[in-house]
Design a protein around this ligand. Sequence first.
Ligand code: IPE
Ligand code: IPE
Ligand code: MG
Length: 250
Amino acid sequence: MAWFRKKEPLAEVDFDHLPRHVAIIMDGNGRWAKKRGLPRTAGHAAGAETFRSIATYCKEIGLEYLTVYAFSTENWKRPPEEVNAIMGLLKRYLLEAIEQMERDRVKMCFFGDLSPLTAELRALCEQTKEISRHYDGVQVNICLNYGGRDEILRAAQTYAMDCQEGRADPNHLTEENFSRYLYSNGVPDPDLVIRPGGEVRLSNFLLWQSAYAEFYVTDVLWPDFSKEELRRALASYQHRNRRYGGVTLS
Ligand code: IPE
Ligand code: IPE
Ligand code: MG
């Protein structure tokens, strides 16, 4: 089934009816570098640039929420040099973001268990989040050491503790109140999940939240992903018929 891999035509996007929340699995950095005979780390550096420009574009078009998968709970399996290079790029990005915050007014949040990160990186994440808490530009959620299963497990654990201590009652558990225990508490579910790099899988991304998300896969590798590619994905989304299990009455 390759029909959704074909290049979507450059359709017009209706910017008055954008999805509220777009999520992106930023994949393909390694392959991008390999194609050029460069080390994988060069791909991550190029991917970080793409992230900067796509986040800025999302702010410009007035998107409310952008969630990006930057490092998964499984990515620790990679060689330490690669992991260190990714963490180094993250540090550079956060330092820059802090410097430009007043101007950009992007609200930054982090989804994931930050405890295995260095104290320096954790402090930078905390600082970025705190400074931007009241900003009204696009909200960018960076998934770092994030795994959908890990998120659900942690939520279940905290919920169970709340039950044990009388703060919650299992007889009244609903999807809505369980969602509050997730990293994404307060953020609407993603409407559109984009995966560059051509793999047709979720790789443990937003498992709970993506229940009814529209999926868009493109063979374009993340470092080559452009504003134009994002517009393709948005236009494709705008032609979908979201039924949520119901029927469309015509
Ligand atoms: C995504 O690119 C970045 C991270 C997972 C951190 P990859 O590094 O997975 O690139 P490919 O999939 O090997 O091309
Ligand atoms: C998903 O990409 C994780 C991120 C983009 C951060 P991976 O490259 O880790 O996923 P798999 O291994 O192809 O499933
Ligand atoms: Mg990959």
